[in-house]
Design a protein around this ligand. Structure first.
Ligand code: GTR
Length: 411
C-alpha cells in the first residue's frame, strides 16, 4: 500500500539546485522527423505526436465514453451553504447494470440557478470522500474503499461519521459560492481505489486488464473527470463551456492529464502536482521517476517503468504535457516548503510550454523566465504562483484560481 504520509523531504533525494543534472528537454516545436514547427497550422500534427507518446509511455490509453453511461440525481436541496447554494448529488453509473458508479456532489450559487444562468464551475477530485469537504450532514457518506487515516476518521478502509468535514480546511465552499462559482467534487476512489491490485477493482472491473500502454490510475481518474463532463453537458444549470478542472498533488497530476486529454476543460489547475505532474522529470529534484514508480506502480502505464533512473530516455518531459493543453489556460501552483514536488521544476514546465502558447497566438506566461516572489501570482494565459507554506491547498490558492477564472472568463 502507498505510504500515506511523507515527511516534506524524504532522505536520499536531491534538494540542491547545484546538483541538478545537465539535461536537454525535448522540443515541443520540432517534429519527430526534425522539421521545425513555425506556424500554428503545423501544431495539430505535432500535438498528435506528443499526445501519442504520453499515451504510450506515460499515462496509458483509456477507453472512450462507455455505452452504458447514465446518471441519476440521488439527492437535492435548494437550501445549502447558509441558504446561498443549491446542492445536488448525482450518481454516475459506468455500466447498464449499475455495478460501478461515482457520486458527484455539486454546490451552485442559488442566485444564478434562480436566474437560469448556467454556472461556471470548478470540477475537482477529493481524497477522503465528498462528505470530507464540508460538515453538511446531507452529504452522502462514502461507502467506497478509502486509505486508512485516523486523522480523517477512516477506520478499516471505510469512512465513519467522524470523517465528515475532515478536509474542510481545503474546501472554502462558501467563499467559492460567494464569488459566483459552482463547486463539483468526486471521491477519486469511486473511480479507481488507490492501491496496486492489478487493476481489478473500480471501473477497471468493467474492462480487460490494461496492456503495457493501458490506463494507469492517473489516467483512470482523469477518465472519470471526463465522465463528469459528460454529465455537465446534460445539466443546464452548469456552464459546461466554463469548467475548470482542479486537483492537488496526485490529483493535480490527474487534472493536468484530464486537461490534456479532454479539450472540453476550459481551465486546468495543478496544485502542488510535482513528479509526473507539472515538474520536469529530467531535473530529478525531490521525487524522481524511479521513486514514484516504486511507491505507486499503479499510477502510470507499465511502459513508464523504463524511465526509472533513466529520465533522459523518455521521449517527452512534463512541459509538453502543459503544451498539449494549449491554447487553453493552465494555472500551476507550488508551495515554498514543498521541495519534494520541485517548485522550480513546476514553474519551468510553464516557461518551456510557453513557446507553443505564443505560436498559437496567446501571451503564454507573459515572457516570464524567473520565478516570481512568493505569494505574487503571475496571470497570463498560463498562470503560476509559489506561496509560502507546505504541500496543501489553502484559501490563498483558491483565491488565485478564482481571480484567474475571473480573468479568463471575463467575470
Ligand atoms: C506523495 C507522492 C507525490 C504526491 C503525494 C500526494 O506520496 O510522492 O507524488 O502525489 O503523495 O498525492 O499526496
Amino acid at each position: 500500500l502507498p505510504t500515506a504520509m511523507l515527511s516534506a523531504q524524504p532522505t536520499g533525494f536531491n534538494y540542491d539546485e547545484a546538483k541538478v543534472p545537465a539535461y536537454t528537454l525535448p522540443d515541443p516545436l520540432v517534429m519527430a522527423d526534425g522539421t521545425p514547427v513555425t506556424s500554428a497550422d503545423q501544431w495539430p500534427k505535432r500535438r498528435e505526436e506528443i499526445m501519442q507518446l504520453f499515451l504510450e509511455e506515460v499515462y496509458g490509453k483509456a477507453p472512450g465514453k462507455p455505452e452504458g453511461l447514465h446518471f441519476k440525481v440521488v439527492e437535492q436541496s435548494d437550501d445549502a451553504v447558509n441558504g446561498k447554494a443549491t446542492r445536488k448529488q448525482v450518481r454516475v453509473f459506468f455500466d447498464v447494470d449499475e455495478t460501478v458508479a461515482m457520486d458527484i456532489l455539486i454546490y451552485l450559487p442559488k442566485k444564478s440557478v434562480e436566474a437560469n444562468k448556467p454556472v461556471p464551475t470548478f470540477l475537482t477530485l477529493n481524497f477522503f470522500g465528498n462528505h470530507s469537504i464540508s460538515d453538511d450532514p446531507a452529504i452522502l457518506l462514502s461507502e467506497s474503499w478509502m486509505r486508512s487515516s485516523k486523522e480523517k476518521g477512516v477506520v478499516k478502509n471505510r469512512a465513519t461519521e467522524a470523517s465528515r468535514g475532515a478536509s474542510a480546511n481545503r474546501w472554502p465552499v462558501e467563499m467559492i459560492i460567494d464569488r459566483g462559482y459552482g463547486l463539483a467534487t468526486i471521491y477519486y476512489g469511486d473511480i479507481d481505489p488507490d492501491f496496486d491490485d492489478g487493476f481489478k477493482n473500480g471501473v477497471h472491473a468493467l474492462y480487460d486488464p490494461p496492456a503495457k500502454d493501458g490506463w494507469g490510475s492517473l489516467a483512470t481518474w482523469a477518465w472519470g473527470l471526463s465522465r463528469a463532463m459528460d454529465y455537465f453537458e446534460t445539466d443546464g444549470e452548469i456552464d459546461a463551456k466554463r469548467v475548470a478542472v482542479f486537483g492537488h498533488s496526485r490529483l493535480g497530476k490527474t487534472s493536468l492529464w484530464a486537461g490534456a486529454s479532454d479539450p472540453r476543460f476550459s481551465i486546468t489547475i495543478s496544485n502542488d502536482s510535482g513528479c509526473g505532474g507539472a515538474a520536469l522529470s529530467r531535473r530529478a529534484f525531490g521525487e524522481t521517476v524511479a521513486r514514484i514508480n516504486k511507491s505507486f506502480p499503479h499510477w502510470f502505464c507499465d511502459n513508464y517503468l523504463k524511465y526509472s533512473d533513466n529520465e533522459g530516455a523518455c521521449p517527452v518531459d512534463q512541459h509538453q504535457l502543459v503544451a498539449l493543453i494549449a491554447p487553453r489556460s493552465v494555472y500551476i501552483a507550488s508551495a515554498e516548503d514543498d521541495t519534494w514536488a520541485d517548485p522550480r521544476g513546476e514553474f519551468l514546465s510553464a516557461v518551456h510550454a510557453a513557446p507553443v502558447y505564443r505560436l498559437l497566438g496567446t501571451d503564454g506566461i507573459g515572457g516570464a523566465t524567473e520565478m516570481p516572489p512568493v505569494n505574487k501570482p503571475i496571470m497570463h494565459t498560463l498562470g503560476y504562483h509559489i506561496r509560502t507554506g507546505k504541500h496543501d491547498v489553502t484559501d490563498f490558492d483558491w483565491n488565485a484560481y478564482m481571480d484567474f477564472a475571473d480573468r479568463r472568463w471575463g467575470k
